[in-house]
Design a protein around this ligand. Structure first.
Ligand SMILES: NC(=O)c1ccc[n+]([C@@H]2O[C@H](COP(=O)([O-])OP(=O)(O)OC[C@H]3O[C@@H](n4cnc5c(N)ncnc54)[C@H](O)[C@@H]3O)[C@@H](O)[C@H]2O)c1
Length: 606
């Protein structure tokens, strides 16, 4: 793999099945409720538009040779710019009259703009423009060493195109498709020589996004795959290699990020802005799922979810959410229509998360005052423990005091909850109270992301490093899901999922067989579980754990080992503690000083 140093660009590029042109870039958009103030979703070095990609001119494997780009829309134009900046002659073809010429003109302007900003030499820009042409027939691609197809997401259209192209180009010309959701094997099925087709999945905007997924179909010739990968790397991209499975790596492993937020909303856990804030400020994600879907386009995001769901035989892990379908049906598609989960435009109110007002800590005095216990979520509700406990959601950014999302049980006295809030606020955290749903918000999301990544590994879709790299560069996650698994404990993730599955019983939270195996290994090796590891972030690689798993399984078969003790203790306990013991003889609403069960107001959408 080769990196171009353009780390996490902040753009979430959801690749749309059939609606790709509606995909938007995180860079060009404003914050919800704003009139479009640019606010990067990513690190400070994020650039502003495709034109900000600096020169990537490099002596690629076949620099100077002809690259054909078919389809002159959003992606085709970006890919052509990349190829020409890398030193290739580039011919752009589009079936729509004038589309290729318009794309060439647009690329020329971007090259001029780069030169004006000093990011590209004037001569270099001119030479690149001279190497770029719009062509009006496929036969003009006859001498190409590589053809990248970026036409509409339609299997029949792509198959017909490649079948025609196969008769035009040389036998040595590699054929690549930028499809985001179609099977490479299916597209290649239309070729006499299916071995010459490879998936070359760019992210939008192509000149800027650092990742390319190199996707192998059943018949893909490894030499052809390596050639295409070599081109992508010579163009400055980091590549990951994967099998042609629904959603490839990024678009599949990322599904839970949206799905769990949507389910949490449907369960009235919190409103959109609060769920987004918790995932950003406690989870450490660059953008919350709702603001991200607004940016991507709800229709594009839904199309990807639906395509993965259908392609996996309606696996309940990917069932599209009713809330999203309803928004799409109502044409609330996100920024592009001025309204999605949030409203945009000058007069739109900026959505505000429901942070708790300041509380004061009380001095321990009367029996029980000042006592509270915070427990980590293991995927059960606080109420299910029957001891009035308060759960605290997973926090993944130890350096940032951030936000603590807590859920009191139905029988947590209000004064106990107030003490917990006051304590957390005294440590510099903002506090939000969420409904007591299983797995809260970050906990269930991260456990599912780990499971998706482990399952991709289990099925041999990609290797460990490529999965984590893809998620960090393709969707800008702060860490790879397998790194999280190793840090937090696969046993923790598996336990969270098992507890969720026990409640929902819909197959959505079923643990991958490999996750279960890794969880056994965690327990047998007596690895510290997440209470310790969540805070220390020490990394054990999946590889190490997998190797240890085999050894541990043998040992376990020889003599049954007792699983290591679960960390059932509280995450934080404030002394002196007079444990809260509700009397089982009294009716629930008379068990404590404040007779009212904690009341969570319905969180309406902003
Ligand atoms: N937009 C994204 O974020 C994104 C990201 C990754 C991959 N993709 C994939 O890239 C491909 C293109 O997406 P896009 O967003 O650039 O689409 P787009 O709609 O912007 O452009 C598609 C272009 O293909 C042309 N076209 C249609 N049929 C053709 C044919 N038979 N021959 C030649 N040209 C033809 C159209 O005229 C149009 O100019 C799709 O497969 C999409 O899934 C899109």
């Amino acid at each position: 793999m080769v990196g171009n140093g353009a780390t996490g660009s902040g753009t979430e590029s959801e690749t749309g099945a059939g609606t790709g042109s509606e995909t938007e870039s995180a860079r060009s958009a404003g914050t919800p409720g704003s009139a479009g103030t640019p606010e990067s979703a990513g690190p400070a070095e994020s650039a502003g538009s495709p034109e900000s990609a600096e020169s990537t001119e490099s002596a690629g494997p076949l620099a100077g040779s002809l690259v054909g780009v078919i389809g002159a829309g959003t992606m085709g134009a970006g890919i052509a710019q990349l190829a020409v900046q890398a030193g290739h002659a580039v011919a752009v073809y589009d079936a729509l009259d004038g589309a290729a010429a318009r794309a060439v003109e647009g690329i020329g302007k971007r090259l001029d703009s780069l030169a004006a900003k000093g990011k590209l030499g004037t001569d270099e820009a001119q030479a690149a423009k001279d190497r770029l042409t719009a062509v009006d027939s496929l036969s003009a691609l006859k001498d190409a060493v590589l053809v990248v197809e970026a036409v509409i997401e339609d299997l029949g259209v792509k198959q017909r195109l490649f079948a025609e192209l196969e008769d035009i180009v040389d036998r040595d010309c590699a054929l690549a498709t930028n499809t985001s959701s179609l099977s490479i094997s299916a597209i290649a099925g239309a070729l006499r020589d299916p071995g010459r087709l490879v998936g070359m999945h760019f992210f939008n905007p192509a000149p800027l996004m650092p990742l390319v997924e190199i996707v192998e179909g059943l018949a893909t010739d490894p030499a052809c795959r390596d050639l295409v990968r070599g081109h992508a790397e010579a163009w400055g991209k980091t590549t990951v290699t994967c099998r042609s499975t629904p959603g490839f790596i990024v678009n599949r492993v990322a599904r839970p990020y949206y799905a769990e937020a949507l389910r949490a909303y449907e369960e009235q856990t919190a409103d959109f802005a609060t769920i987004d804030a918790v995932l950003r400020e406690s989870g450490g994600f660059k953008m919350g799922p709702f603001e991200l879907m607004d940016l991507i386009g709800l229709d594009v995001n839904l199309a990807v979810s639906t395509s993965v769901w259908e392609a996996t035989g309606y696996d309940p892990r990917y069932t599209p959410a009713w809330t999203q379908k309803e928004h799409v049906a109502a044409k609330r598609l996100g920024r592009k229509t001025g309204r999605g989960f949030y409203e945009y435009g000058e007069n739109a109110a900026k959505p505000v998360p429901s942070y708790e007002p300041e509380r004061q800590q009380t001095e321990p005095g009367p029996v029980g005052a000042g006592a509270f216990s915070l427990y980590r979520s293991f995927g059960r509700t606080a109420t299910s423990y029957g001891d009035g406990r308060i759960l605290i959601d997973l926090a993944l950014d130890p350096d940032n005091p951030g936000t603590a999302a807590i859920a009191p049980a139905a029988d947590t006295p209000d004064h106990v909850l107030d003490e917990a809030i006051a304590y957390l606020q005294s440590t510099g955290k903002k506090v939000v109270i969420v409904e007591d749903v299983p797995g809260l918000i970050v906990t269930r999301t991260v456990a599912r992301l780990i499971n998706e990544a482990v399952d991709a590994l289990y099925r041999g879709d990609a290797d460990e490093d490529d999965i984590d790299t893809a998620m960090k560069l393709g969707v800008n996650y702060p860490r790879g899901p397998l790194e999280w698994g190793a840090d937090l404990g696969f046993a923790w993730a598996c336990e969270v999922l098992d507890n969720l599955e026990a409640v929902y019983r819909d197959g959505r939270y079923r643990a991958s067989p490999l996750l279960r195996k890794l969880a056994h290994a965690d327990r047998i090796m007596d690895l510290p579980l997440m209470q310790q590891r969540a805070l220390s972030f020490e990394r054990a690689s999946v590889d190490e754990v997998t190797k240890a798993a085999s050894a541990a399984e043998k040992a376990a078969a020889a003599h049954r080992t007792q699983p290591a003790a679960r960390p059932d203790g509280p995450f934080y306990e404030r002394p002196p503690v007079q444990p809260y013991e509700p009397s089982r003889d009294q009716p629930r609403d008379q068990r404590h000083d404040d007779p009212q069960p904690h009341d969570h107001p319905r969180k309406d959408q902003p």
